[in-house]
Design a protein around this ligand. Structure first.
Ligand SMILES: [Zn+2]
Length: 107
């Protein structure tokens, strides 16, 4: 891979964005490599470097699908389910108790 184009801080050309800037627009680099870098000179220290990605190659952040919602709901349900009475406690089982509160109180 050749040397990356280096831009001065705040002089990045249009069409490039940092990962954080992509994220703010609902985008992610999407497998592309770093396209350029920004350098902000600092006195007597290494320059501050930020990596830039091409906006035209960025992809939308993966949207939540019904399958992903279901997986998330199942994971949350599992965290609320008491391992002793197997009921949905309605709250996340506290790690300090290891069971729901009624089970903990009766043992
Ligand atoms: Zn219980």
């Amino acid at each position: 891979m050749g040397a990356l184009p280096v831009f001065r801080w705040r002089l990045a050309p249009d069409g490039y964005a940092t990962r954080r800037q992509l994220r703010a627009r609902g985008l992610r680099p999407g497998g592309q490599g770093v396209a350029a870098q920004l350098e902000r000179p600092r006195r007597r220290r290494e320059p501050l470097v930020a990596y830039l990605y091409r906006v035209d190659l960025a992809k939308p952040v993966r949207p939540m699908t019904p399958g992903r919602w279901a997986a998330l709901a199942a994971a949350n349900r599992a965290r609320r389910t008491c391992p002793q009475c197997h009921r949905d406690a309605g709250y996340v089982i506290p790690a300090s108790l290891g069971t729901c509160v009624p089970c903990h109180d009766t043992t």
